[in-house]
Design a protein around this ligand. Sequence first.
Ligand SMILES: Cc1cc2nc3c(=O)[nH]c(=O)nc-3n(C[C@H](O)[C@H](O)[C@H](O)COP(=O)(O)OP(=O)(O)OC[C@H]3O[C@@H](n4cnc5c(N)ncnc54)[C@H](O)[C@@H]3O)c2cc1C
Ligand code: SF4
Length: 545
Amino acid sequence: MEFDVVIVGAGPAGLASACRLMQLAQQAEREVSVCLVEKGSEIGAHILSGAVVEPRALNELFPDWAERGAPLTNPVTADEVYYLVNDTNRIKVPNIFVPKPTHNAGNYAVSLGNVCRWLGEQAEAMGVNIFPGFAAAEILFDDNGAVAGVATGDMGVGANGEHKSTYAPGYELRAKYTMFAEGCRGHLGKRLMAQFDLEKDSGTQHYGIGFKELWDIPPENHVPGKVVHTMGWPGNHFGGFFAGSYLYHLENNQVSLGLIIDLSYSNPHLSPFDEFQRFKHHPLIAEQIAGGSRVSYGARAIVKGGLAALPKLSVRGALLIGDDAGFLNMTKIKGSHTAMKSGMLAAETIFDALRRGSTGEDLLGFQERFESSWLYEELNLARNSQQAIHKFGTLLGAAFIWTDQTLFRGNLPFTLQDPTPDHATLKPAASSKRIDYPKPDNKLSFDILTSVFLSNTTHEEDQPCHLQLMDPDIPIGRNLPEYDEPAQRYCPAGVYEVVEENGQPRFVINGQNCVHCKTCDIKDPAQNINWVVPEGTGGPNYPNM
Ligand SMILES: Cc1cc2nc3c(=O)[nH]c(=O)nc-3n(C[C@H](O)[C@H](O)[C@H](O)COP(=O)(O)OP(=O)(O)OC[C@H]3O[C@@H](n4cnc5c(N)ncnc54)[C@H](O)[C@@H]3O)c2cc1C
Ligand code: SF4
């Protein structure tokens, strides 16, 4: 099938770019054919986010979003930041010491999945061809080596590689221009960056793993629009392991609660999942959710490197947008408005190219448009935030960020770098402290399988494993003796296990539990795990995350 533009991924970036393209086409009275593929069973099924949304990009895209029924109906009403000293104590950070960009007045506490569902309706109404349940598995190239679209994965292939009775070959979706909007650590985006060396002039990219649970809480604890962030415990105060949390009061007595743990941690015994479960027992959190019930669970990696780590954004025939490129603003822990804006700028760049009759060019104008936009200004102001935390630890790093952004307004004449990638930070297990996590109480904390059940994750069981080991001997031969195979702990869905069989350890991959967070692709110390797309529709089915 041939289109003018193919977009991979129906998150805020992909959907905003699709809508912007159609708006430009309507204004110019031109036909533009746009196809958008999404690997989730429906739009929103794979979206997991806090989410406090800053409406700046949406205001530009649809100034009348409220009349159009956008699900941003819960304005932020209170904004609190705490420093957690330990598992019981906290200090409320006075507003004056909270960097201004992180203030949330004018923002909305929402379900980003539902915002995406609504954006999908707008895009479809304007004529975008949306194909949910189709995973883009391969990049297509033309004879000159320019990107020429994507191929969706075959359906009905058995675990042994043979075609089943349900076999249906994937589709070739050819396009003059392709936008990759797969979100953090997109698997085609990763391939594109490697193939074209797009990161050769950028700083090292960094990531976190973000957990999220939705809770129905007692009405007397609920304050619609209240936003609470914490830093400090359970991370270390002066370096080693960094964690920050969020608790957003949504509507209907529901809160969204999560912990983001930096994947630069060094202790291979650390279990991000267990840290999150233990975290909920802190009195600040427990007093808000006690007596409530957990309704949903999920996890997703989050891209943190910011401006310094952005790759070259274009290759011939394609652009990288949203978290696939790394447009998230880490000072704000917000990437939805930046993803949307990057998609809109990319759409404008591509529309101009289509008007010129161009195909398969390297659209360097996208970088120029980005650099003249508020998006660049915003990311430039935030450019030192992640790196400062890595260099100085939580306390001193936070003080640096405040000074950099409040006193110097981002004008310090340097950009901090942390060149060590997250997969290279682990210390040997033998010299690292073992961590004893408390057993879940099944009121506030739960085990991993009960949790994954709440993500509604399903995969066709008889299919090739989508978690590919480049070298099948590394987990037991190298990772187990050196790092006590950390995949057993960093995976938030219990996909990886080391079991004993006939007195020998064996590495087991329970791929059907995968919630598509991409942490294994990022954190495996040998970079031996390659996450590829499973059959379309596989993965979590988040209702309103
Ligand atoms: C725990 C957590 C909390 C957060 N809190 C906030 C917040 O409060 N406010 C905020 O603004 N931001 C927040 N963010 C960040 C925000 O969610 C992201 O920056 C934003 O969603 C990025 O949008 P995107 O469109 O680039 O990617 P995504 O939202 O990740 O969307 C990508 C889409 O592409 C699909 N896809 C991927 N690969 C393929 C493929 N090969 N074929 C087909 N489809 C594919 C995915 O299924 C997904 O639907 C948070 C993130 C996390 C993890
Ligand atoms: S297998 Fe990898 S991508 Fe899937 S849930 Fe586990 S860590 Fe995340």
